[in-house]
Design a protein around this ligand. Structure first.
Ligand SMILES: NC(=O)c1ccc[n+]([C@@H]2O[C@H](COP(=O)([O-])OP(=O)(O)OC[C@H]3O[C@@H](n4cnc5c(N)ncnc54)[C@H](O)[C@@H]3O)[C@@H](O)[C@H]2O)c1
Length: 140
């Protein structure tokens, strides 16, 4: 059993992933600000004492650092839809870019997370290689 952090775990993809990971026997920490996600999505599968829910933003480094503690893996799915960037481009950029950087930095500092899976398909190839490079440069 691993403890796995799912950011955006109350969203469409994140809630399905969280249920799947719990069904596989893992412990799941969800970090979500509930701006578009809902608790109902997570509660759909009934109570589970392996599920921990943290309400907070990936823009808050302290919250992200606390969430990643003791997690061996991170699925980073907290995101604002690109359609929202038309009306709120700066806020959208902050969450999708700076929020992702916060997540990567917290995972690097925690050293407990062995891999991070970002939400953008184009970034998927960064997964293990990127993390291995980050770990090796951090240990120098
Ligand atoms: N929905 C799809 O069909 C689909 C298909 C392929 C890929 N994806 C990708 O998967 C990812 C997630 O998509 P989704 O459809 O689940 O989106 P979603 O909007 O349902 O979920 C995003 C979650 O992130 C949370 N969130 C937003 N800002 C946050 C912040 N500052 N701090 C913490 N949490 C925050 C929201 O509350 C929400 O629960 C996206 O990158 C998307 O491109 C989605």
């Amino acid at each position: 059993m691993k403890r796995i952090l799912v950011t955006g775990g109350a969203g469409f993809i994140g809630s399905h992933l969280s249920h799947h990971l719990l069904a596989q026997g893992h412990a799941v920490t969800v970090l979500d600000d509930f701006s578009t996600g809902t608790l109902e999505r997570l509660e759909r599968a009934g109570p589970n004492d392996r599920l921990r829910v943290i309400e907070g933003s990936i823009l808050n480094p302290d919250v992200v650092a606390a969430a990643v503690q003791n997690c061996e893996m991170v699925y980073h799915l907290a995101v604002q839809c690109v359609r929202r960037s038309i009306g709120k481009p700066i806020a959208n950029h902050d969450i999708n870019a700076t929020g992702t950087l916060n997540m990567l930095e917290s995972a690097r500092r925690a050293k407990s997370a062995s891999s991070i899976v970002p939400h953008q398909r184009s970034m998927a190839t960064l997964r293990t290689d990127c993390w291995a490079r980050m770990r090796s440069s951090a240990s120098r």
